[in-house]
Design a protein around this ligand. Structure first.
Ligand SMILES: N[C@@H](CCC[C@H](N)C(=O)O)C(=O)O
Length: 272
């Protein structure tokens, strides 16, 4: 790992370490360990997740390996996917229109300078109006899988929403086991506008943005008759993600800004 080049990128405030391993020099078995060590803030590079680009076995431009900060592997990540697409284009691994292989299927992407649009897999497992009892209080939530599992909780006051405490209780609630869930607290702003805060599985805390969470929130709000496509979603960083979809939800897109922050070499001590 020593002397390996990494890139730090942020997708609307969701930050990632990216490594080009198209030549397959790294040991795949160590990817979870690298994620766990490198994503530690203060002690290492620090990020919400680690993304490793490798050649695709199927008919895509590349295959990615995505790990959360705790070293767990996730099937998909909307903001990470937008970062990976932009990096692959910047490194001339792909053209402006590209595809990449994930555990959630092949994702299509389009890069236009710092704006990246992804087509996500059609959502699955929609489960509306779930009644949860947590410490003698009842909550009505909604579940959807937009590549990864998300639970949506509609709130009126997002500033006062107990994202960490209630988010963690919902994330680990028996109803969602064994996979667990990400939890999005959602406020409806208008027919085409939402604001969200997300508790992320695998980061085990609030992140500044979540792409699959933005998509999940927009689709659940659409199913409840609260919004129509396109939906602009304000995330915790203050940035706006755009989600648009066909009425049947067979085509779902996520668009937003991506920044390349820096490029560097991993030092041995970053893994200590
Ligand atoms: N931040 C991501 C989602 C990353 C995966 C998630 N933490 C999980 O384990 O399900 C996004 O932008 O979609």
């Amino acid at each position: 790992m020593k002397n390996i080049t990494f890139y730090k990128m942020t997708g609307s405030g969701n930050d990632f370490i990216l490594i080009d391993d198209m030549k397959k020099v790294l040991d795949k078995k160590q990817f979870p360990f690298f994620a766990h060590k490198l994503c530690r803030r203060t002690w290492s590079v620090g990020a919400d997740g680690l993304i490793i680009l490798r050649p695709s076995d199927k008919k895509a431009d590349f295959k990615w390996y995505f790990y959360n900060a705790d070293g767990s592997e996730a099937e998909m990540c909307g903001n990470g996917g937008r970062c990976a697409a932009r990096l692959a284009h910047l490194l001339s691994i792909t053209g402006q229109k590209l595809s990449f292989e994930t555990k959630a299927g092949i994702i299509q992407a389009e890069v236009e300078q710092n704006l990246v649009k992804l087509q996500l897999p059609p959502p699955t497992d929609l489960d509306m109006n779930i009644k949860l009892t947590i410490e003698n209080s009842s909550y009505t939530v909604h579940f959807i899988n937009t590549g990864v599992p998300h639970t949506i909780f509609l709130v009126k006051d997002l500033e006062k929403a107990p994202v960490l405490s209630l988010g963690r209780k919902i994330r680990f609630h028996s109803y969602f086991q064994p996979a667990g869930t990400n939890v999005d607290f959602v406020k409806v702003l208008s027919e085409n506008g939402l604001e969200i805060r997300t508790y992320e599985r695998g980061v085990e805390g609030e992140t500044l943005a979540c792409g699959t969470g933005a998509v999940a929130s927009a689709i659940v709000a659409y199913k409840l008759g609260l919004v129509a496509s396109p939906v602009k979603i304000k995330v915790r960083s203050g940035e706006i993600l755009e989600v648009f979809f066909s009425p049947t939800l067979k085509e779902v897109f996520l668009k937003g800004e991506v920044r390349l922050v820096c490029k560097g070499k991993i030092c041995e001590e970053a893994l200590k």
